[in-house]
Design a protein around this ligand. Structure first.
Ligand SMILES: CC(=O)[C@@H](O)[C@H](O)COP(=O)(O)O
Ligand SMILES: NCC(=O)COP(=O)(O)O
Length: 260
């Protein structure tokens, strides 16, 4: 299974202090050495972590393919067409969110989205849509002519964290998931079932399937078992772990988890 390493979170640390380091550019060689298959970055409209100069340097200098995540806004599509990464993953953005809360609302009849996709494809950039694991979003993605879809695994990760970690006992608890364990277990199984069924369906209709968001060394194993998912994009947990293990080891360890 392929691993895209999302290096935004290095820039999160830099921007928190408004200094020059750590520089996400320094991660490129380490990611390659450790066996990563792709670099993922998210150039947010509010530029809260990755900046335009980061994106340009990373795309120009990375020996690994770069997957640039961005919103559908024309300004972002202009930047993407100019930078020409290997792939663009279109994602929803909300200024007030801490992180990407869900997938794109894809219905099929969306001229703005269709135009963004065709502009990117005209620039020979492959396009992925970051969607929730729903049949409607999957079918609509197919009609839009993209090469990839990436399933948002945030709901799965949140349920897993409320079930199997101490999150519920901390100030980061997720109130809407403060539910009896049996109910959480059922929800987790349902999420996995949807991911399994929909990734098979996606493959059958000719889409390549990625997944990501909130995946970590604990919760990733059940996702790795889903045969038709060919790539995972993982950031926060790898960068967090790298504080203790070093980035190279954190990627090696995650890559190991992705062996089927
Ligand atoms: C779209 C997505 O899931 C990733 O980009 C990841 O969440 C890191 O970016 P943010 O922390 O800015 O959401
Ligand atoms: N698209 C998901 C991604 O790039 C990584 O998300 P996360 O591991 O940082 O939550």
């Amino acid at each position: 299974m392929l691993l895209g390493v999302n290096i935004d979170h290095i820039a999160v640390l830099r921007e928190a202090r408004r200094v020059g380091d750590p520089d996400p550019l320094d991660a490129l060689g380490i990611c390659k050495r450790a066996g990563a298959d792709q670099i993922t970055i998210h150039l947010r409209e509010d530029r809260r972590h990755i900046q335009d100069a980061d994106a340009q340097h990373i795309i120009d200098l990375s020996a690994l393919p770069v997957n640039l995540e961005c919103a559908i806004a024309p300004e972002m599509i202009d930047i993407a067409c100019k930078l020409k990464p290997h792939r663009v993953t279109l994602v929803p953005e909300k200024r007030e969110e801490v992180t990407t809360e869900g997938g794109l609302a894809v219905t099929g009849d969306q001229p703005k989205l269709a135009e963004a996709i065709s502009r990117l494809q005209e620039h020979e950039i492959e396009v992925s849509l970051f969607i929730d694991p729903t049949s409607e979003a999957l079918k609509a993605s197919k009609t839009l002519g993209v090469e990839w879809i990436e399933f948002h695994t945030g709901k799965y990760a949140n349920i897993y964290a409320m079930l199997y970690t101490n999150l519920a006992k901390t100030h980061h608890t997720i109130p809407e998931l403060e539910l009896p364990r049996n109910e959480l277990k059922k929800m987790l199984e349902e999420e996995l079932y949807e991911l399994r069924v929909l990734s098979k369906e996606a493959k059958e209709i000719g889409l390549k399937v990625a997944a990501g968001h909130g995946l970590n060394m604990q919760n990733v194993s059940a996702i790795v078992e889903i045969e038709h998912i060919e790539e995972l994009n993982i950031g926060q947990s790898i960068i967090a772990r790298s504080i203790y293990t070093g980035l190279e080891q954190a990627i090696i360890d995650m890559k190991h988890k992705l062996i089927r």
